[in-house]
Ligand binder design. Sequence first.
Ligand code: COA
Length: 199
Amino acid sequence: MTQTEVRNYPRKVMTEGGEIEFRHMTPADEAAVLAFARKLPVHDLLFLPRNISEPKVMSAWAKELDRGTIVSLLALKDGQVVGCGTIVRDALSWSPHVGEIRMVISQDVRGLGVGRALSNETFALALVIGLEKLVVQMTVDQTGAIAIFEGLGFKGEALLRDHVRDMDGTTHDIVVLGHNVAQFRAQMEAYGLPEAVST
Ligand SMILES: CC(C)(COP(=O)(O)OP(=O)(O)OC[C@H]1O[C@@H](n2cnc3c(N)ncnc32)[C@H](O)[C@@H]1OP(=O)(O)O)[C@@H](O)C(=O)NCCC(=O)NCCS
C-alpha cells in the first residue's frame, strides 16, 4: 500500500498565515524546494544531516523520493513552497519500525501556526504508514520546534553535545526527542478513532 492510498492529498488547512495546502513532494518539485531551502538561514538547517541548500543534496533527496525511502509533504501558500515535512526511514536497517521527522518552515510565515499544522499532518501520515516509533532532532535553541513536538507527545531521549558545527566553526548541541507511536495508535484504536487519521 502506498502512502497516497492511505491518506488523501491535497489537504487544506486554515492557519493564521492564511490557507495552506499540503501535498506530497515529487521529484518535479526539486527546483522549487531548492529555492525555498536557499532562503532559510543556515542555522535552521543544522538539524539536518546534509545541507539541503546544495543542489546535489536536493538531487539525492529527489532520488530518495522516487525510491520511496523518504516521504515529504510540502506546505504551499498561494502555490509557493512555505514548508516541508519529511519522514525518513530505512527498511534495510535494524530500525525499520522507526521514522525520523524533519520539518522546516519559511521564515516569512513563522509564528502563524503553519509549523504546528504541518507537524500534525506529518505525524498523522507517519501513523497511517505504520511506523512504530518516531524521532525528531533539532538544535537546542529551536524552542518552537521542541514545543510543537512535545505537544504531540514526544519526550527527550538524548542530548548530543557539540554535535554539529556551523560554517563559522561554532559547535551546537542537538536534542533528540522520541515518541512510541505504536502505543499511541493502540490507544486510538481502543477509542475507535483510526479512521480519523486514515482518510
Ligand atoms: C520549528 C518551526 C518549524 C516552527 O514553525 P512555525 O510555523 O513558526 O510554528 P508555529 O507558528 O506553528 O508555532 C508552533 C509553536 O511554537 C511556538 N514558537 C514558535 N516560534 C517560537 C520561538 N522562536 N520561541 C518559542 N516558541 C516559539 C509557538 O508559540 C507555537 O506554540 P503555540 O501554538 O502553543 O503558541 C520553524 O521555527 C522552523 O522551521 N525552524 C527551523 C527548523 C527546525 O529546527 N526544525 C525542527 C526540526 S524537526
